[in-house]
Design a binder for this molecule. Structure first.
Ligand SMILES: [Zn+2]
Length: 466
C-alpha cells in the first residue's frame, strides 16, 4: 500500500508535538540527560500505543449496521443482541474493539460475524502477532524468546503463548505436508506436472539424516510428571540444488585438502522436512515432498547420505533410479577413526591413513577394505569399518562421481540437522513431548526452507475482507 506523503507529514507533526509535550513534562518533574536512544524508545512506545488505537478503531469500523437476524451454522436463526467488546493481542499489544454480536439461537451458540474474515478469536493473538512470536519460538527457547521479543514488541507475551503459537505454525506446516503427500498419491496431479513448462534443474540432490531428541514431557498442571523420558530419532530430509562456488568466494574450510582438486559447491533452494516417524512413514513424506520438487522427473537425482541402512532402503524404494553416494566426509572420517583406534604412534598412523584416504578418493574401495581387514584382528573399529565399506562399495565410486561433477559431501542436510535439532531442540532448558518437538522442528524447517510466509499466510486463514 502507498500512503500520501502529505498525510504522513501531518500525522508526524502531531506525533512530534505530543511527544515533545510529554517529554517536557517529564523533564520538569525529574530533570535528566535525554539520549537519542531514550527518544527512540519513547517514540516507539508512543507509536505502538497509536497503532493499538488505530487497529482497534479499524476493527470497530467493520461492525457496520447490524442486521436483525442471521442464519446460524446449525440451521437455526441468530438475533442481534448488542455491540459487544472483544479483546485480542495484536502486534501493537492488547486491543479492544466493538462488533455486532448475535445470539438467541436454540443451539445456544453466539457469533460475531465480523471476527470471521479477520480470523479473530477473542482472547487469542492475531495472525500478525502469531507470525512474530513464531519467529522467536523457532530460534530461541520459549523462555528466552519472551525477553527477546519484548525488546522488539515493547510488551510482554507469555512463554506459554509463544510456545503454543510457534507449535501452531508447525501444525500448519504439518498440514501442508499432509496435503503434499495426499497429492503425491494422485495420478492426475503427477501427470499434470509433466505438462508444466517450468524448466527442471538438471541436477537435484536429496539427503536424509537423523538426530536424537530427548522426549521428556513437562509436568501438566496439578499432576506429577510422567516418567517417560526417552530419546527419539528426529529424521531430517533435504532437497537442494548445487551451484559451484567461484574460487574467490571460497571459505578457508572450503579450501581444504580435497577441495583444492574438486569443484566447490554451495546449496541453493534448500527445502528441509523433518518428523519423528518410523522409516516407512518418513519415506512417504520423502516421496510427497519429492514430487513437489519433481525429484522423480529431473534428469539427474543424486542422494548423498551417510551409510545408515534405513536411508538407502528408502532411497531404493522411492527413487530407484537415483545415484547413491555415501557422503565423502562420513567415509573419510571412518578411516580416521580406524587409524586413531589401531595405531598409537603417529609415525604408523599417518602413512596408513594417507594411503587409504587416497585410495578411497580414487574410488579404490577394495584396497581400503583389505587395509582395514589387516587391522581387524586387533581393532573393533577396523572390523566395523570392513562391514561398512563392503556394504557401500557401489556408493563410493568417488573418482567417477568427481568426474561426473557430482557434489560428494552431504553437509547440507547435516547442517539442517544441526540447525533444526541441535540448535533448537537440544537447548539446555528444553523439554519436549513428541508433538511439541515435531511441530517446533517443522516450523523451524519451514523457515529454513523459505516457506515461512506461506505457512503464516495459511495460519492467517483468510484474506482481509475489507
Ligand atoms: Zn444455532
Amino acid at each position: 500500500m502507498e500512503y500520501a506523503h502529505e498525510a504522513i507529514a501531518q500525522l508526524a507533526h502531531q506525533v512530534t508535538q505530543v511527544f515533545k509535550a510529554a517529554l517536557e513534562q517529564r523533564l520538569a518533574s525529574s530533570p535528566a540527560v535525554v539520549t537519542l536512544a531514550d527518544v527512540e524508545k519513547e517514540m516507539r512506545e508512543l507509536l505502538r500505543q497509536m497503532g493499538a488505537q488505530a487497529l482497534s478503531q479499524f476493527l470497530s469500523l467493520g461492525a457496520g449496521t447490524p442486521v436483525a437476524e442471521l442464519p446460524c451454522a446449525c440451521g437455526g436463526t441468530l438475533h442481534y443482541q448488542r455491540q459487544r467488546e472483544a479483546t485480542v493481542t495484536s502486534v501493537f499489544g492488547r486491543i479492544t474493539y466493538e462488533r455486532a454480536y448475535y445470539a438467541g439461537c436454540q443451539c445456544g451458540k453466539g457469533r460475531a460475524p465480523v471476527d470471521d474474515p479477520y480470523g479473530l478469536v477473542p482472547g487469542a493473538v492475531t495472525a500478525g502477532l502469531a507470525a512474530l512470536l513464531g519467529l522467536g519460538g523457532i530460534e530461541l527457547s520459549f523462555d528466552e524468546s519472551r525477553d527477546w521479543l519484548k525488546a522488539f514488541l515493547l510488551f510482554e507475551v507469555s512463554e506459554n503463548t509463544i510456545r503454543s503459537e510457534t507449535q501452531a505454525l508447525g501444525a500448519v506446516q504439518e498440514e501442508r505436508e499432509a496435503e503434499v503427500c495426499q497429492q503425491s498419491q494422485d495420478l492426475d496431479y503427477l501427470q499434470a506436472r509433466l505438462r508444466e513448462k517450468t524448466p527442471l534443474p538438471t541436477w537435484l540432490y536429496g539427503s536424509l539424516d537423523a538426530a536424537k531428541v530427548r522426549i521428556e514431557p513437562r509436568a501438566k498442571e496439578g499432576k506429577k510428571p510422567e516418567n517417560t523420558e526417552a530419546w527419539r530419532d528426529m529424521k531430517v530430509g533435504c532437497w537442494y540444488e548445487a551451484e559451484p562456488v567461484p574460487p574467490v568466494q571460497r571459505s578457508t574450510r572450503q579450501r581444504g585438502k580435497f577441495e583444492r582438486v574438486q569443484a566447490v559447491f554451495r546449496a541453493k533452494n534448500m527445502r528441509y522436512y523433518c518428523d519423528i516417524l518410523e522409516a516407512d512413514a518418513f519415506g512417504k513424506l520423502m516421496w510427497g515432498t519429492g514430487c513437489q520438487v519433481k525429484a522423480d522427473l529431473v534428469p539427474e537425482l543424486v542422494f548423498v547420505c551417510d551409510g545408515a541402512v534405513w536411508i538407502w532402503n528408502l532411497v531404493k524404494l522411492h527413487y530407484p533410479h537415483a545415484v547413491q553416494i555415501v557422503d565423502w566426509y562420513h567415509a573419510a572420517d571412518r578411516l580416521e577413526r580406524v587409524a586413531q583406534a589401531a595405531f598409537a604412534a603417529l609415525t604408523d598412523r599417518t602413512p596408513w591413513l594417507e594411503q587409504v584416504t587416497a585410495d578411497l578418493w580414487a574410488g579404490r574401495v577394495t584396497p581400503v577394505i583389505q587395509a582395514c581387514e589387516q587391522l581387524a584382528a586387533r581393532c573393533e573399529e577396523a572390523r566395523q569399518a570392513v562391514t561398512y565399506f563392503a556394504n557401500n562399495v557401489s556408493r563410493m565410486k568417488y573418482d567417477q562421481y568427481r568426474a561426473a561433477g557430482y557434489w560428494i559431501g552431504s553437509g547440507t542436510v547435516e547442517s539442517g540437522c544441526k540447525q533444526i535439532v541441535t540448535q533448537r531442540l537440544k537447548k539446555p532448558s528444553a523439554q519436549w513431548d513428541v508433538d511439541g518437538a515435531v511441530q517446533t522442528a517443522k516450523a523451524r524447517a519451514a523457515w529454513l526452507s523459505g516457506e515461512w510466509d506461506a505457512v503464516c499466510a495459511k495460519r492467517a486463514a483468510l484474506p482481509l475482507a475489507v
